[in-house]
Design a protein around this ligand. Structure first.
Ligand SMILES: Cc1ncc(COP(=O)(O)O)c(C=O)c1O
Length: 343
């Protein structure tokens, strides 16, 4: 069993967090003369630092208690907090399965943490044999698992993820940014059983609020407490909290958009797989496709010339392009443009 207090950095354990006016009094009515706000206007007051109304709405949708939810300025803030809570700069390490989402490495570098990278297998699964010896390495504090994975689009095998959560004595961060596009189950309910598990989701993908910057972490209340200790007091603006609350009320819109994206994913995948330029379209549990082509650099540039912007992921997977599923009309534009590219 993981002892969380032993995992947390000494300075974080000792830290006295900033106490803001809304920490001392959080009632909604009264004459507020405690936070040096301007008394005029509609956006003049500081937002709720713990985003209680939004967490209450998330708790109902996700079926998890509010005290097990943390909200960050995008998942990226949560990734950074994981390093700051658990890793001593220059000493501790993190482990990732590559290729994967780039922010784990960037955040690690910002915090002066070395990343051990275990390449995924040919079918983009976790290579447990190679990874296993690292699970008992005392300096490895964090393991990031991205499932469905960016950029490979597939989900990691459920038993493999479960094995790592059980076997590893550090913190496992399971990034489920794309879970809504997958038929596979989320690990969110497992946080009750595993105190070392942090499941991340986001409002940026299926909820369509990338510009709003709200990322979610689900974990046991002790981990959430440390995140709250370290975060800037007002990390989610009142406008952004409102936007996320509103979105959670639009269930039908959310469902129909996810369905449309999944249908377009299948249609685009089928059409692309028959194209002369395409060598393979990998199976996708996400809102994008990883496509192996004959000459990725050439096709990428040819599409840019036609004002169609995709992602060239050749540096991660040889000759591979990552294509986000657009609206039907946008996907048709891409298909048409590809038809006119000759290599
Ligand atoms: C796997 C993964 N996690 C997290 C994010 C970022 O999420 P957010 O917008 O909540 O910071 C992305 C963005 O592309 C992603 O691919």
């Amino acid at each position: 069993m993981v002892d969380l207090n032993k995992m947390v950095r000494e300075n974080v354990l000792k830290l006295t967090p900033y106490s803001c006016a809304r920490d001392e009094f959080n009632g909604k009515t009264g004459v507020f003369m405690d936070a040096n706000e301007n008394p005029y206007g509609k956006l003049n007051r500081y937002p709720d630092p713990y985003q209680r109304e939004l967490k209450n709405a998330i708790s109902k949708v996700k079926g998890i208690e509010e005290e097990k939810i943390f909200l960050g300025n995008g998942s990226d803030e949560i990734i950074d907090l994981c390093f700051r809570v658990f890793c001593n700069p220059g000493v501790d390490k993190a482990l990732t399965f590559t290729p994967t989402y780039g922010m784990y490495q960037v955040s690690a570098s910002v915090n002066n943490i070395e990343v051990v990278k275990i390449p995924l297998t040919d079918s983009f699964q976790i290579d447990l044999k190679k990874a296993d010896p690292f699970f008992s390495n005392k300096n490895i504090k964090l393991i990031f698992i991205c499932s469905p994975n960016n950029p490979t689009a597939n989900s990691m095998n459920y038993p493999d993820v479960k094995y790592i959560i059980t076997k590893f004595n550090g913190i496992v961060i399971l990034d489920e940014a794309y879970i809504d596009f997958s038929e596979k189950p989320s690990f969110i309910k497992m946080v009750d059983k595993h105190p070392n598990l942090i499941v991340m989701q986001t409002f940026s993908k299926a909820f369509g609020l990338a510009s709003v910057r709200v990322g979610m972490a689900f974990s046991n209340p002790a981990v959430i407490k440390y995140f709250n200790k370290l975060k800037p007091p007002y990390n989610i603006s009142a406008i952004n909290q409102k936007a996320a609350i509103l979105k959670l009320g639009q269930t039908e819109q959310y469902k129909s958009q996810v369905l449309r994206i999944k249908k377009e994913r299948e249609r685009l995948s089928l059409i692309l797989s028959k194209m002369r330029l395409v060598e393979n379209v990998y199976p996708s549990d996400a809102n994008f496709l990883l496509v192996k082509v004959k000459n990725a650099d050439y096709i990428y540039n040819a599409l840019v010339d036609k004002n169609i912007i995709i992602r060239n992921r050749s540096s991660m997977v040889e000759n591979c392009l990552r294509i986000t599923i657009g609206k039907k009309s946008e996907n048709d534009q891409l298909i048409m443009a590809l038809k006119f590219i000759s290599i």
